[in-house]
Design a protein around this ligand. Structure first.
Ligand SMILES: *Cc1c(COP(=O)(O)O)cnc(C)c1O
Length: 482
């Protein structure tokens, strides 16, 4: 256990050694074998450059751009680059945020506050839209209308049209969706919103920095950016396919009038007048400088090359899935996601995820939702170009091992107990007991099939309660760590 406030200060060298030791328990952020959470271009020297840029600006405060014009210049440069990449015009403006979730919350806030006369503002999204929209709706007390997607996993324009009413402040869709990597029919949806005078947000947090390059490479993807009439805002995360270190996303608006209700201003106290474009007030210049350094170092031609590598890796992984009995592609691999489902009752997908992890491939299991079965998600980045050909044989071996192992071993007593649970019954004591029964007490999360199987059968509200309780159990200062 690390002591954060020792009696006497500790030498820097020792602290760095301790941090490296802590980091050794993490999944590998580099090396092209982790298919979620991290985005790796595998470019020599890029990490070091971003680190140095971060260090130059890490104490600069984004609270007041007149005090720190360097940050204003960097933000304007990043927003300008994003606007140009995404079909923006002279009037396109934007903000630099800390991440996709913040960008989406602010897109919803701007839309809500542009219609102050409404008592029940509503947000319309397809069911495949990112969970951050639900968070935005919850935080901002905006009602959420979730519209089922079509059999092709894309937003259904007719269903979206039917969901829009006079209280709708925003319609949103994905380019592409996180779970499946497919692009919603943005032109059709934007036209529907535009006809009603409703704002339309394109959530390109995931693929916004990749799609323009895939389109240049000839991928048959539809227009999704400001060249599409009716698109009023777009979010794009620089800490995803722009390969910047964590903490930077951009929210673009077609014009300044659309952006204004995003700002918060307050002069009613004795301190400084606070004018905030984003949620944070004090914020570090570090991530912004690191992102700028990353963009300038890779450059447009570099991103095109990285997109080509990513596209090649996706094709290799998708072909491996097609060739392997027992699994199938669940979604067309049209962007940078490979999403696979079981194709045989003998293949338990959660066991398969564990078997892949045992072979050094860290994927992201996705629970069943509505008519959709459980799936395994792979976010593919340029680094995977170096490992993709090794995936096929390991996938085949993992499927064989999965068939042999049979379904996950959930202790029958636990399954029975879980079947009778309701969210209200979930207490810290119950969570501690469940964690112990599932072997999670010691902090070893390598074999998760039983846990995932249990969560998969839990109704969404119960799953939320269980995982909230579990996270809360983990997040205690006194928790023993190995
Ligand atoms: C990652 C993602 C988000 C949320 O972004 P964070 O940076 O994790 O807050 C929103 N939408 C999509 C499509 C994403 O992929």
């Amino acid at each position: 256990m690390v002591e954060a406030l020792p009696e006497k200060g500790v030498p820097g060298e020792q602290i760095l050694a301790e941090l490296s030791e802590l980091r050794a328990a993490d999944l590998p952020t580099h090396g092209g074998r982790l298919f979620a959470y991290v985005y790796d271009p595998a470019l020599d020297g890029l990490d070091e450059l971003a680190r140095q840029a971060h260090a130059i600006s890490d104490h600069v405060n984004g609270l007041d751009p007149t005090a720190f014009p360097s940050l204003l210049a960097m933000e304007n440069a990043l927003v300008g680059a994003a606007a140009r990449l995404l079909g923006g015009g002279d009037g396109t403006v934007g903000s630099v945020t800390s991440g996709g979730t913040e960008s989406l919350i602010l897109a919803v806030k701007a839309a809500r506050d542009s219609r102050p006369e409404l008592t029940t503002p509503r947000l319309v999204i397809p069911s495949t839209a990112h969970a951050a929209f639900a968070k935005a709706a919850h935080y901002l007390r905006v009602a959420l209308d979730v519209v089922p997607v079509g059999a092709d996993l894309r937003a259904d324009p007719a269903a979206v049209q039917a969901a829009v009413d006079e209280d709708t402040v925003l319609v949103a869709a994905s380019a592409p969706s996180y779970a499946h990597g497919v692009v919603d029919p943005i032109p059709e949806l934007a036209a529907i919103a535009g006809e009603r005078g409703v704002r339309f947000h394109v959530d390109a947090c995931f693929g916004g920095w990749l799609l323009p390059y895939l389109r240049r490479l000839g991928a048959g993807l539809p227009a999704f950016d400001f060249t599409v009439p009716g698109v009023t805002s777009i979010s794009v995360d620089l800490h995803k396919y722009a390969y910047a270190p964590k903490g930077v996303s951009i929210l673009l608006h077609r014009d300044e009038a659309l952006r204004l209700p995003q700002y918060f201003a307050y002069a009613g106290w004795p301190g400084y007048t606070m004018i905030n474009p984003v949620i944070s007030s004090t914020r570090s210049g570090g991530p912004i400088a690191a992102a700028l350094a990353t963009l300038r170092h890779i450059g447009d031609a570099g991103y095109l090359e990285l997109a080509a590598r990513t596209r090649g890796a996706v094709a290799t992984l998708a072909e491996a899935v097609r060739r392997t009995g027992g699994v199938r592609l669940f979604a067309p691999p049209e962007t940078s996601v490979v999403c696979l489902a079981a194709d045989d009752v003998d293949v338990d997908l959660f066991v398969l995820a564990d078997e892949l992890a045992a072979r050094g491939w860290h994927t992201q299991p996705q629970m069943a939702y509505g008519d959709m079965p459980a799936t395994i998600h792979l976010t593919v980045t340029a680094a995977v170009a170096g490992t993709a050909t090794d995936f096929g044989p390991d996938l085949a071996a993992a499927v064989t091992a999965t068939r042999a192992a049979g379904p996950a071993d959930v202790p029958p007593a636990l399954l029975e107990a879980a079947g009778a649970l309701t969210p209200e019954m979930v207490t810290p004591e119950l969570i501690a007991g469940l964690a112990e029964g599932l072997g999670l007490g010691g902090g070893d999360f390598t074999r998760m099939a039983a846990v995932n199987s249990l969560l998969d059968v839990a109704p969404p509200a119960l799953r939320e309660a269980l995982l909230t309780g579990f996270l809360s159990l983990l997040q205690r200062p006194g928790r023993a760590t190995e």
